[in-house]
Design a binder for this molecule. Structure first.
Ligand code: GRG
Length: 303
């Protein structure tokens, strides 16, 4: 396995991520079989299987393995993270929200299937996520599964994703403070990443203190993810200036570089990655390699 080769030699994140990605994609493919109503199933599959880095499921599995669990136990809930993520992207792209035509280089779900189908596909994906955890998780004590479902539910509702999206909507056209911007992204982006790590640790049988350390790790890399996204928006739109100007230059959306300056945003990103990695110091170093490198992957990524 990836961990064994890691103990023997140098850890290769690319190989690790690619092998996890393949198995996550194959599990996701099986999670939504083509059946009736065909249009809804097709719309669900269209958004779920149309690319994406699969960062959340990979983090979930890596966290489970860090505390001694195995990939198979975490796979159903790891898939649920990607299913919920996809569902939130479909909603976020709708005309009544961000009104986007493109997602992951393809037409958005409502552009492809119409708004009515997109909403139904999103609702169906949402239900599927929980059904999938309950029906497909094997050889894990039921208390762990229930605890993980509780964590997931509370991370995406009014204490999580929905709260972040709502704060984002309400901030439109207004001056946003750094505190408000953090609130938006802690809820909108960080909580799903955090809960992916937390649920992996719970399913894998991590102790309470392991879970809490990994929760901190997850919250830092979750926020880091958005800070880096904002930095990439600036650097990539500057690089592409003249071709297709990036979002950051064409909208007055608040971003970390805008509110704190690009250098401070970079420093903030470094601070978050350091804080995240510090939480891993309590674990066996070789076992923590995947999460260690994943944190650096998030800060170094180019898309
Ligand atoms: C219906 C669950 C649900 C929520 C409703 C719409 C909404 C509330 C929340 C939207 C949250 C949102 C769109 C957050 C942005 C998250 C984000 C950073 C997306 C980009 O993630 P990547 O880079 O994308 O992981 P890929 O394409 O690689 O998956």
């Amino acid at each position: 396995t990836e961990l064994q080769s890691n103990v023997l030699g140098e850890f290769r994140l690319k190989d690790y991520m690619n092998s996890k990605l393949k198995r996550v994609n194959s599990a996701l493919d099986k999670a939504v079989p083509v059946k009736t109503p065909k249009t809804i199933q097709e719309a669900m599959r269209y958004s779920l299987l149309g690319g994406g880095k699969r960062v959340r499921p990979i983090l979930c599995i890596a966290s489970c393995e860090l505390v001694g669990g195995d990939e198979a136990s975490a796979m159903p809930i790891a898939c649920a993270m990607e299913i919920i993520h996809t569902c939130s992207l479909i909603v976020d792209d709708l005309p009544c929200m961000d009104n986007d035509d493109l997602r992951r280089g393809n037409l958005t779900n409502h552009k492809m299937f119409g708004e009515n189908v997109a909403i139904l596909a999103s609702a169906a994906l949402f239900c599927l996520a929980f059904e999938h955890i309950a029906s497909k998780t094997k050889n894990v004590p039921a208390e762990r599964v229930v605890q993980a479902i509780l964590e997931l539910g509370s991370a995406i509702g009014t204490d999580g994703l929905v709260a972040g999206q709502f704060a984002d909507l309400e901030s439109e056209g207004k001056e946003v403070s750094l505190e408000e911007l953090k609130y938006i992204h802690v809820h909108k982006t960080a909580r799903l990443i955090e809960v992916s790590v937390v649920c992996g640790a719970i399913i894998g049988g991590g102790s309470v203190s392991d879970v809490e350390r990994l929760r901190k790790y997850g919250s830092r890399i979750g926020l880091l993810f958005q800070v880096v996204d904002d930095i990439l928006d600036v650097t990539q739109s500057t690089a592409e200036l003249g071709k297709t100007a990036g979002k950051d230059l064409t909208s007055d959306k608040a971003t970390f570089p805008k509110l704190m300056g690009i250098e401070n945003a970079r420093n903030f990103a470094r601070k978050l990655v350091d804080q995240a990695v510090a939480e891993l110091a309590h674990f066996d170093a070789a076992r923590a390699d995947p999460l260690h490198h994943l944190a650096h992957f998030i800060v170094d990524r180019q898309n």
